[in-house]
Design a protein around this ligand. Structure first.
Ligand code: WT7
Length: 655
């Protein structure tokens, strides 16, 4: 796709200045102090990051190298320093805020637990000792497949403590997806639970894990099972050990393993446009640094905040803004196990009221869904504790933004629309809320030290306002991904393919308005964004063609009011196309099949059957055409290069 042909249809002129109340208490509270930070980064890029890394991270051995560019694009940060992420999240707070609440947890059924820093430290150390007792050592991969409970964070922090590399797999993924990720990571251990509570039902985590292990995963030596639901699950005594048994008799003291700054903290699998999901590899110190800075700059975090990021730990947002960032700055993080709809659509607001949440961070898809259920529901709750709102995952439509601002934020709270990616580790383009006025739908301006740009095919900066181009980052930054686990070539070819490998290619198109504000326009590749979650069209296509009745499949996104994008699949069957293109039983079966193969989020919303797919004479599927049809729009593009023009009527559902 040629990004320069993308014309923006969205023109939003409203500007929202932060209220004087917010500005009064904000840490960065003026355009000047923000400009000073930007200038510091411009004047001495390495000096800027070095100072922050010294100020914000507790080092076991200080670094002297700042940025090593000798093996670009394999950049290294602070690489001769030694530190430990878990030490930075826990131990260093014990003196000053040991009795402060680190985590408040609410289960879907209403059970509430609260852990102080001292409690959490003891739990992490105890569990870290249990991991060691099971033979886990520095550098081993540990896959975590858990419900949203404090134990998920304990497991992650315990891995960090001993230098094991965790890879969290979202509990909504199927056993099949879990298996692929375990095998790619070569994980030695799996940490899971009997189940979790979501949507009034039990999520059968152990069952899915058993399925994964029964079909492969030869590298797994043992499985730790946390008892969450208490329902009956299969238990393999040679392999499985209950969490409560594994920690029995373990010491609550565990010296952190001092690791190199570049030691991998975790892998997190995410979808790309081709092939299987990629294991994004993050570092220890660089990742931690941007996590801390964005907690301060973007979330304006204070000691008395109750910070609630609704993301699951299975996504990057749940890593940076649940498991690491809030703890590294010594704040209080709220964790909720379940769905926003239990017992009704007021659950989020009920939690905000009861726990006096001050900072609330969620996805546009959730905002749109809750907006649809009406203003009367949030009106029943006292949301006056909230002082700052955030969104992430996809562009937020101005209507939802205004609703969020007025109905949830009482027109008093700034909204931070944060653009970033699994690969970037932390917020990249986002307002500093006490210093930057916001515009509904724009993620505003890059953070200090983040040299983002919009460029044309040749890599030249686009200075014409509102002209679309490639979103790139021109300089390496500390929390950037380091590579793709086991596929370094793919790292280079995916993120550094153009512009002589000099800029990081984000995979999004964007434009800048006359004030320099960034507006994300969408992906430039075949990646879907369903409810703020990334899915490769290829993955869904592979799942479909794995079904015995499917010969060929093409998947595209179509705009959806709640989910952002819905999944539209064109399917060619082995044998005849169903009469009139309709076979409800098969459609149901295929949807369930994809759900089994990948997870419920990947279920196609629409399936259309055709005798074949629209291909050019060179055999390339014309995806743009399929997108037009999925939107229900008339075809205006040239179809004369199609091998079989007649297929269009079938694809449109007209015959
Ligand atoms: C892709 C990254 C980062 C955590 C959630 C998703 C889209 C993300 C925004 C935003 C517009 C956004 C981009 C990006 N995206 N945040 N504020 N405005 N688009 O992480 O799964 O790695 O997906 O999500 O397309 O490339 P992810």
């Amino acid at each position: 796709m040629n990004v320069e042909n993308i014309d923006s249809v969205l023109h939003e002129e409203r500007l929202f200045e932060p209220s004087s109340d917010f500005v009064k208490s904000a840490t960065i509270n003026s355009a000047e102090s923000l400009a000073a930070l930007r200038r510091a980064a411009d004047d001495d890029y390495q000096g800027f990051w070095a100072k922050l890394a010294r100020d914000e991270i507790s080092w076991h051995k200080p670094f002297s190298n700042v940025l090593d560019e000798s093996n670009a694009p394999h950049y290294q940060w602070f690489n001769d320093g030694l530190m430990n992420v878990s030490y930075n999240c826990l131990d260093r707070h014990l003196q000053t805020r040991g009795d402060n609440t680190a985590i408040v947890f609410e289960g879907e059924k209403g059970d509430i637990t609260s852990l102080t820093y001292r409690d959490l430290h003891a739990q992490v150390c105890t569990f870290a000792n249990a991991l060691k007792a099971q033979g886990v050592v520095k550098g081993d991969r540990v896959v975590i497949y858990m419900p949203m409970t404090p134990e998920a964070v304990v497991a992650m922090q315990a891995c960090a403590r001993i230098g094991a590399i965790h890879s969290v797999v979202f509990g909504g993924f199927s056993g099949e997806s879990l298996k692929d990720r375990i095998e790619d990571a070569g994980a030695k251990m799996l940490i899971t639970a009997d189940g979790g509570n979501r949507g009034g039902k039990i999520v059968e985590l152990k069952q899915a894990a058993d399925k994964a292990l029964a079909s492969g995963c030869a590298s797994i030596e043992s499985v730790i099972v946390f008892k969450r639901t208490g329902h009956n699950v299969e238990f393999n005594r040679d392999r499985d050990v209950w969490w409560h048994n594994a920690i029995e008799g373990m010491d609550s003291v565990c010296e952190p393993e001092w690791v190199e700054a570049e030691h991998p903290l975790f892998l997190l699998y995410t979808s790309g446009s081709t092939g299987k999901p990629k294991g994004i590899q993050h570092s220890s110190a660089g990742y931690l640094l941007n996590s801390i800075l964005t907690m301060k700059w973007v979330f304006d975090i204070k000691d008395d905040d109750i910070y609630w990021c609704t993301a699951d730990v299975g996504w990057i947002t749940g890593h940076t803004y649940v498991a690491y960032g809030p703890l590294a700055v010594g704040s209080t993080a709220l964790i909720y196990e379940g769905a926003p709809t239990v017992p009704d659509n007021g659950r989020f607001w009920d939690i905000c009221q009861r726990h006096k949440v001050t900072i609330f961070y969620t996805a546009p898809t959730a905002i749109r869904a809750l907006m649809k259920s009406g203003d009367e529901i949030p009106a029943k709750y006292d949301l006056s504790s909230i002082r700052l709102l955030g969104t992430v995952g996809e562009p937020i439509n101005p209507e939802a933004w205004i609703w969020y601002h007025k109905v949830i934020g009482g027109a008093r709270c700034p909204i931070v629309d944060t653009w970033w990616q699994t690969e970037t580790g932390a917020n990249m383009i986002a307002p500093v809320p006490g210093a930057v006025a916001t515009k509904p739908g724009s993620c505003t301006l890059p953070l200090p030290g983040i040299i983002a740009d919009v460029v044309d095919e040749e890599g030249n900066s686009i200075t014409t306002p509102d002209k679309g181009g490639y979103l790139v980052i021109r300089k390496p930054w500390p929390s950037m991904l380091r590579t793709i686990w086991g596929d370094d070539e793919r790292y280079v070819s995916t993120y550094w393919p153009k512009f002589d490998g000099k800029f990081y290619l984000a995979g999004d198109s964007a434009r800048r308005d006359k004030d320099g504000y960034f507006w994300i326009m969408g992906r430039i590749d075949d990646v879907l964004n369903v409810s703020g979650h990334r899915l490769g069209t290829m993955e869904v296509e592979s799942a479909l063609v794995a079904h015995p009745r499917v010969a060929e499949a093409a998947v595209v996104g179509r705009p959806d009011e709640i989910k952002g994008e819905a999944i539209f699949a064109y399917v060619v069957l082995r044998g005849d196309r169903p009469e009139d293109g309709i076979d409800e039983a098969l459609t149901k079966e295929l949807r369930a099949w994809v759900s089994e193969q990948i997870g419920p989020i990947a279920k196609p919303d629409d399936i259309r059957y055709a005798d074949n797919l629209p291909k050019t004479r060179s055999g390339k599927i014309m995806r743009r055409l399929l997108r037009t049809i999925a939107k229900g729009e008339e075809i205006t593009q040239d179809t004369s290069t199609l091998e079989n023009e007649a297929i269009l009527l079938q694809l449109q559902g007209k015959v």
